[in-house]
Structures are given as structure tokens and as C-alpha cells.
Design a protein around this ligand. Structure first.
Ligand SMILES: Cc1ncc(COP(=O)(O)O)c(C=O)c1O
Length: 389
């Protein structure tokens, strides 16, 4: 072909999850692989009514080009919500993005040079590795325990451009950082001058108690915070936001302008119209209730079916169980056999920047209803027993 690809294109890989999803979309396969929110939670009626109001009251504005920063009232709403959670946020620091996934790309664009070091949790969100990778960073994996990254392990990341952290119900591990760990991690980050990119799409999906205050509340000037409407409203709207310290904001905005000028005006007005009068205070608890029930269905099924030598923690929010299989089992090799038996998962190796633990896998408990979760786990356990024979 006459085109020569850029170095950054060489570094792009197909998302293993999207590849797996293609296989598992076969009828009859119970997929616990993708992290798709339950479509039952989408507020279709509220959206329909709000769409009518937007098209009646401000049709031309909703269909016109608009400001790159985002729709003013929506930025105000975000600032208000985050202030209630303990952040000091001015609406002028809020940039509305096309999903928080775009926020990750923009952050990578303005903060990473070829060869820059970027610290990530181990494991971490695959989509962030994909977003950062074209900017040619060297990833530094930070050692973690069940409470998140170990503060003393940050010494290995001195001089890195930032630490990418997921404190709430992490994708993929499901873990939630305790308040003392947040304190210690941020104290250490600040002491060594390591800024933090905090990604929080799952914080509202808690089951028993809300998670501790965001990392950003412990070091405002040193943290970029990302949020999303995908898990509390609908991912197809593609709306998220970045809150940046004021000195960083203009560069993010310029990166956003170059990427897509602005996020869809209609979607922003629609979301604002739906949520402006406290809708989420009624709606989000219904999602929590559903997901908690499905979490319990998966916990019960795991306890009932899984053979000895497997380990998992019960997540207290979010969407995922993270399973450690016996050491000699490679989850990637297990996957085709599991699909044959009618279920799918994501092999854990995909979520590591380096030194993958191959005996791990991620299961989502939100996409399929409880009875199918039970069937899916039984099939997984059967596959594993057979594989070990
Ligand atoms: C940790 C994390 N960050 C960001 C995203 C992207 O979300 P969205 O672009 O839909 O806001 C996801 C999606 O699953 C995620 O799990």
C-alpha cells in the first residue's frame, strides 16, 4: 500500500475485549466478558420526554455547533455534584468529553512524550493502556494489594508524568481503596511530585456505603479527575467529563478542539434536561439494587461451583469479579474451551502493562440476568475442572 504508517499507529492494537465480544455475541453464549451496563437500567421514558422538551424549547441550539468546553449548565451541574463529594471544583475547570475514554486520550495527548514514564496500577483498565500507548510512554507497573496501589511502591515511579489510578471498584479487579490507603497514596504522590489522573466511572455504583472521598480531594492541584455518564445513564450517549487544575485546562481544551470541536450538543442538553431536577437521586439507587442482586447471584454461584484453588474478593460496588485460578492455569488457553461450553470471560493478562498474571480472569455480573449468571459460572467451573484433568 502507498501509505506509510506513523510509529504511533504501529503501537495500536485491537482491544482484546472487542475481539472476544465478537466471538461471544454468538447466540447461546452467556457472556460475562464485556462490561456492558444492563440495558434494563437505561431510563428510556425519561430520555424520550426530555428529548421532546429539548427539541421543543431549544431545537436550533441543540442542533448547532457549540462551545468546546461543553454545555454551560451541564458543566455547572458536574461542578455542583463533585463539590458535594468533597472536591473544590469550579465549572470553569470542567471539560465535557465524548465519554471519559476521550478524556483519557486527551490526557495522554497533552502529558505524554515518547519515552515518558507513566505509572499504572497492576492490573489496570485496558482502555487506558490503549489510549496512552500511541503516545509512546514507558509504563511503570505499581505493585498493588487488595486495597490498591502500595504507597511505598510509588518510589519506582519518581519522575513519571503521572500515576493513573482507579480508586473505586476498579476495572478489572473490583477493589475499592480504603480512606487510609487514599491518604497514604496521595501523601506519597505529593511528596515525590507525582501527579495523579483519577478515573472514576463506577463510584456511584456502591452497594452498602459510598466510597471514601475522591483522591483529588487530597491534592487538588496535582490531580486530574475523570467522570462519566455511561454507568449511571447510558453509555451510548458517549458523555463524560474531565476536571483539570486550572493551569492545565487550556491545553486540554485545545486538544479537545483538535479532536472533535465539541461533544454532541444535543446529547449534552438531553442529559442535562434529564438530570437537572435530581433524577439521578431516584434512578441510581435502582441500578445499585439490581447490580447488588446480580453480584450476589455471582458470589453464590462461584461459591457453589468453583473448584478448590481459585480465589476472589467480593466486590462492594461496580461491575466486576476478578478471579485468580490455580497458578498453572492460563486463562487465555481456557477461553476457547469455555466458549465451547457456552460462556465467555476476559482473560486477565490483557489488563497488565507488563508481567501479566496469566492465571487471572474478569467476570462482569451486570450484563446478563441472575439465572444466566448461575449457568455461566457453572459452565466456567466445569471447563476449569476438565482443563485441569
Ligand atoms: C475504568 C474505565 N474508565 C473509562 C471508561 C470509559 O467509559 P466511557 O467512555 O463510556 O465514559 C471505562 C469503560 O468501561 C472504564 O471501565
Amino acid at each position: 500500500m502507498p501509505f506509510q504508517q506513523a510509529r504511533r499507529a504501529e503501537r495500536m492494537n485491537p482491544s482484546i475485549i472487542r475481539e472476544i465480544l465478537k466471538v461471544t455475541e454468538r447466540p447461546g453464549v452467556i457472556s460475562l466478558a464485556g462490561g456492558l451496563p444492563s440495558p434494563e437500567t437505561f431510563p428510556v421514558e425519561a430520555m424520550r420526554a426530555a428529548a421532546e422538551r429539548v427539541l421543543r424549547d431549544s431545537p436550533r441550539e441543540a442542533l448547532q455547533y457549540a462551545a468546546s468546553e461543553g454545555y454551560g449548565p451541564l458543566r455547572e451541574w458536574v461542578a455542583g455534584e463533585l463539590t458535594a463529594q468533597g472536591l473544590r471544583v469550579d465549572a470553569a475547570q470542567v471539560l465535557i468529553t465524548t465519554g471519559s475514554q476521550q478524556g483519557l486520550d486527551l490526557v495522554g495527548k497533552i502529558l505524554i512524550d515518547a519515552g515518558s514514564r507513566v505509572a499504572v496500577e497492576s492490573p489496570t483498565y485496558l482502555g487506558a493502556l490503549q489510549a496512552f500507548n500511541p503516545y509512546e510512554p514507558e509504563f511503570v507497573s505499581i505493585a498493588c494489594d487488595d486495597d490498591g496501589p502500595l504507597p511505598q511502591a510509588l518510589d519506582a515511579a519518581k519522575g513519571a508524568r503521572f500515576l493513573y489510578a482507579l480508586p473505586n471498584f476498579q476495572n478489572p479487579s473490583g477493589r475499592c481503596m480504603s480512606a487510609p490507603r487514599r491518604d497514604a497514596l496521595m501523601a506519597k504522590a505529593q511528596a515525590i511530585g507525582l501527579p495523579v489522573v483519577e478515573d472514576n466511572p463506577y463510584g456511584d455504583l456502591w452497594f452498602d456505603a459510598p466510597p471514601p472521598a475522591p483522591l483529588a480531594s487530597r491534592w487538588h492541584e496535582g490531580t486530574v479527575y475523570l467522570g462519566s455518564f455511561s454507568k449511571v445513564l447510558a453509555p451510548g450517549l458517549r458523555l463524560g467529563y474531565v476536571v483539570a487544575p486550572k493551569p492545565l485546562y487550556p491545553k486540554l481544551l485545545q486538544a479537545k478542539q483538535a479532536a472533535d470541536l465539541h461533544s454532541p450538543s444535543f446529547n449534552q442538553r438531553l442529559v442535562h434536561e434529564v438530570i437537572r431536577n435530581g433524577f439521578l437521586r431516584e434512578h441510581v439507587p435502582t441500578i445499585r439494587e439490581r447490580y447488588k442482586m446480580q453480584r450476589d447471584a455471582m458470589r453464590v454461584a462461584l461459591e457453589k461451583h468453583m473448584p478448590p484453588g481459585c480465589r476472589w474478593n467480593v466486590p462492594v460496588g461496580g461491575m466486576f469479579f476478578w478471579i485468580e485460578l490455580p497458578e498453572q492455569v492460563d486463562a487465555m488457553a481456557l477461553l476457547p474451551q469455555a466458549v465451547e461450553r457456552g460462556m465467555a470471560f476476559v482473560p486477565g493478562a490483557a489488563f497488565y502493562a507488563d508481567r501479566p498474571l496469566r492465571n487471572t480472569l474478569r467476570l462482569s455480573f451486570v450484563t446478563v440476568p441472575a439465572p444466566s449468571i448461575g449457568e455461566g459460572i457453572a459452565a466456567l467451573a466445569q471447563t476449569l475442572k476438565e482443563h485441569q484433568r
